[in-house]
Design a protein around this ligand. Structure first.
Ligand code: NAD
Ligand code: DAU
Length: 355
């Protein structure tokens, strides 16, 4: 049985990946700090499965990472751990440097130094891979009509979040170029699906709508994102991990560009179907609010490389995936109640009051 050290595996995308990897017969060592967005309820399905070992801790803890490597001898490391929300990065950039930059650097060094001590003729050393999960935001913003981002697009990060992710990507690349450490990088577009922390657009709008609260749309709502179902993203990551060429980057996207206002209206339409409300249509709750600072206009990914070289294709269409996602939030009331804790309410006050 192959072992994967997954970091950030209690978050939205990481937990989807952990569930998938365990289901596919891998043993997973899951290192997660359990920040506000980490949630062990995301892993409830495998809580009694001996193939999943959860460790609460920080990727920036060199000794802990080395201990886990020595103890469990991972065949692979997949790094999801990060501060992930752009709006939070605008209010507290340093938190993003600490985890996304310094944390990733320490993780790289701890894993590399553990691997350096292995028998270089052995299978574990030779087949080892470190995959770093990153974002399309490192490429900056597109205007309508611009060609989509590819692996060759120059970095131009605009937010503290994307600057921190770009920096971590550069360190991963440097580890390959300098030490020959076997790294891979994936840059993906916006994910959606079950278990996303409701600070992000789709779950935030869904949960606000259910409470008949305003649905905050930044600016004019014309900004465009390329939506990718989280399960398609995780399958792509696993494909890159097993079949990708070390030292390479792979762009992953859903080929589903939508304006924010289209997305919000689509959520409202699904709710009108599934949970009609006597007080009126959900669209009536849409409220245009002050724009995000430095708001990137458009992201779009050209995923030709991963499709042609590795044979990956997204399986979900946006309309079907969005309807199923909204239904998931309706069907999982205990989960939604629990994540909307005091910390979440404080965040809503900080980001939306008086906006
Ligand atoms: P998330 O915020 O839901 O999860 C992040 C997880 O990392 C949480 O479980 C948190 O507890 C953990 N974590 C944070 N700091 C840590 C630390 N110092 N040590 C250990 N664990 C720590 O984020 P997500 O949306 O699941 O994103 C996961 C990764 O994918 C991130 O690297 C993000 O940049 C990248 N990404 C996200 C998207 C998206 O649309 N959500 C798209 C592309 C790439
Ligand atoms: O592109 C990949 C990135 O997608 C990931 O790297 C990030 O981790 C992830 O958070 C996401 O970033 P975005 O900033 O695009 O996602 P978010 O859900 O915060 O916002 C999506 C769009 O909706 C964006 O244009 C801002 C807008 N928005 C967001 C919120 C939270 C609103 O209009 N209102 C809102 O209340």
């Amino acid at each position: 049985m192959k072992t994967i050290l997954v970091t950030g595996g209690a978050g939205f995308i990481g937990s989807c990946y952990v569930l998938m990897a365990v289901k596919n017969g891998f043993r997973v060592i899951n290192l997660d700090k359990l920040t506000y967005s980490g949630n062990l309820e995301n892993l409830a399905e495998i809580q009694n499965d001996s193939r999943h070992i959860f460790v609460r801790g920080d990727i920036g803890n060199y000794e802990l990472v080395q201990h886990l490597c020595r103890e469990y001898l991972p065949d692979y490391v997949v790094n999801f751990a990060a501060e992930s929300h752009v709006d939070r990065s605008i209010l507290d950039p340093e938190a993003f440097v600490r985890t996304n930059v310094l944390g990733t650097c320490t993780l790289l060094r701890a894993v590399k130094e553990w691997r350096d001590g292995l028998d270089s003729a052995g299978e574990l050393y030779k087949n080892f891979r470190f995959l770093h999960v990153s974002t399309d935001e490192v490429f900056g913003a597109l205007q309508p009509g611009d060609p989509a981002f590819t692996e060759k697009t120059a970095f131009a990060p605009n937010s503290p979040y994307s600057a921190s992710k770009a920096s971590s990507d550069h360190f991963v690349r440097a580890y390959y170029e300098t030490y020959g450490f076997p790294c891979l990088i994936t840059n993906s577009s916006n994910n959606y699906g079950p278990r996303q922390f409701p600070e992000k657009l789709i779950p935030l709008v869904t949960l606000n709508a259910l409470k008949r609260k305003p649905l905050p749309v930044y600016g004019t709502g014309e900004n465009i994102r390329d939506w990718l179902h989280v399960e398609d993203h995780c399958e792509a990551i696993h494909t890159v991990l097993l079949k990708g060429s070390v030292g390479e980057t792979y762009c992953i996207g859903g080929s589903s560009e939508r304006t924010n206002i289209e997305v919000v209206r689509a959520i409202c339409a699904v709710l009108d179907e599934l949970r009609p409300h006597a007080d009126g249509k959900y669209e009536e709750l849409i409220t245009f609010v002050k724009d995000r600072l430095g708001h990137d206009f458009r992201y779009a990914i050209d995923c030709g490389k991963i499709k042609t070289q590795l044979g990956w294709e997204p399986k979900h269409t946006f309309e079907e995936g969005l309807a199923a996602t909204v239904k998931w939030y309706l069907d999982n009331e205990a989960w939604t109640q629990n994540v909307q804790s005091g910390e979440y309410r404080r965040w809503l006050e900080k980001n939306y009051t008086g906006r």
